[in-house]
Design a protein around this ligand. Structure first.
Ligand code: SAH
Ligand code: SF4
Length: 405
């Protein structure tokens, strides 16, 4: 099998330029097992015939035991460990800030590289036990009018190693190593942090392969949800490559309004989007699509729109996640009144759709997020997505998730 190693996985290189500059270290945490086999064989550190066996051994150390230093690989010869460390790294990026809410929500601000900071949030009591909300990009190229990330230009795609690092850091902090430990707190992953995952498909798919690998973190693909604003041409590939659960940021039931809220709709209007969803590989009653619907006062929250939503998604195995809008400075939108949200939910429920509305969690630490604003533009955008990250917890219905398991 031929495997291409993406240079963007590389750890930050030395500032030295030219032929003498040391080769950048390859971050093994971002390689799927087949990629690791190829990388080890190419490195010359491991004999070709033994690369597969060694890769599984190393993969288990990194993703099952959670180690961050080759020296801890007690069943690998000392000389091999030293040679591995010459070409590879398994170090974590730096956690710049960690916050824990009274309700158990945890948040980490992670510096992937100078100026590249992302936020990852762990929300307890979601899914089987708890969900981790990960980012796929720093910033976003799309400009959804209600989303603060949308006001920030794309800084860059995250690499598979940087996506996996968000999970590893959460597991470090939750004491979740080894990965088969009983009573795991981290049961689900949702790609609902910053960025549009389907514009970073290759790295997101690799990260999902690594996170779900049974030799490592072993979070089942049906417990991994990818949220998209509707990049229709990538839906099939997402389903086929990742077998992940699908969440769609719908937010409107007609093109005129969706064009304003989610401008990508101009490129892929509702008719195309709904057809793409209906064709999503593996869609069934046990693997339903989640429609995310942000509740915007006087914009998309009327009973008529609830009825239009029921009509639009008719026949699709689905649940609806009503997200209370999280306002940010400068936005003209407001969150719907609670009564309007309840009326909306009741119409969906009567039509047979589960539509949880979750009280946002971690308010205390998320409020503190605001303090990060002045320090970094990147952090500001990320911090402002606070309630949506917590509210998106509603994407996972605990009972159904159990039933699907
Ligand atoms: N880009 C992807 C995934 C990240 S956004 C997407 O759009 O699906 C994750 C969810 O948070 C999306 O449903 C998005 O619409 C929602 N969201 C963004 N800003 C929000 C806000 N201010 N209040 C509530 N939800 C928001
Ligand atoms: Fe990007 Fe999603 Fe925000 Fe839209 S809602 S701007 S796609 S992060």
């Amino acid at each position: 099998m031929s495997v291409t190693l993406d240079l963007s996985r590389m750890a930050p290189s030395s500032s030295k330029e030219g032929a003498d500059a040391p080769k950048p270290l390859i971050n093994l945490s971002g390689l799927t097992r087949p990629q690791m086999v190829a990388a080890l064989a190419e490195s010359g550190v491991v004999e070709h015939g033994k690369a597969k066996m060694r890769a599984t051994q190393i993969f288990r150390w990194v993703h099952h035991r959670g180690i961050t230093d080759f020296a801890q690989m007690s069943d690998v010869a000392k000389e091999t460990r030293a040679r591995l460390a010459d070409q590879f790294t398994i170090a974590r990026p730096e956690v710049v800030e960690r916050q824990v809410s009274k309700d158990g929500t945890r948040k980490w601000l992670i510096r992937m590289a100078p100026g590249i900071e992302v936020e990852t949030v762990y929300i307890p009591s979601v899914g089987r036990v708890g969900a981790l909300c990960v980012s796929s990009q720093v910033g976003c190229t799309l400009n959804c009018s209600f989303c603060h990330t949308g006001t920030q230009a794309l800084v860059r795609n995250l690499t598979a190693a940087e996506i996996v690092a968000q999970v590893q850091i959460a597991k470090d902090d939750l004491g979740e190593w080894p990965s088969d430990k009983d009573d795991r707190l981290l049961s689900n992953i949702v790609f609902m942090g910053m960025g549009e995952p389907l514009y970073n498909m290759g790295q997101v798919a690799d990260a999902i392969e690594i996170i779900s690998d049974n030799e490592g973190i072993a979070i089942s693909r049906r417990r991994i949800t990818v949220s998209t604003s509707g990049v229709v041409p990538q839906l099939e590939a997402l389903g086929e490559k990742t077998q992940a659960m699908l969440a769609i940021s719908l937010h409107a039931t007609n093109d005129a309004l969706r064009d304003v809220l989610v401008p990508l709709n101009k490129k892929y209007p509702l008719e195309q989007l709904m057809a793409g969803i209906r064709a999503y590989p593996g869609l069934s009653n046990a693997r339903r699509v989640t429609f995310e619907y942000v509740m915007l006062k006087g914009v998309n929250d009327s009973p008529d729109e609830a009825r239009a939503l029921v009509k639009l998604i008719k026949g699709i195995p689905a649940k609806v996640n009503l997200i209370p809008f999280n306002p940010w400075p400068g936005t003209d939108y407001q969150c719907s009144d609670w009564a309007a949200i309840e009326t909306f939910a009741a119409i969906l429920n009567r039509a047979g759709y589960s539509s949880p509305i979750r009280t946002p969690r971690g308010r205390d630490i998320l409020a503190a997020c605001g303090q990060l604003k002045s320090e970094s533009e990147k952090v500001r955008a990320s911090a402002m997505r606070k309630l949506s990250m917590a509210a998106m917890a509603g994407v996972l219905d605990e009972d159904e998730d159990e039933a699907a398991a």
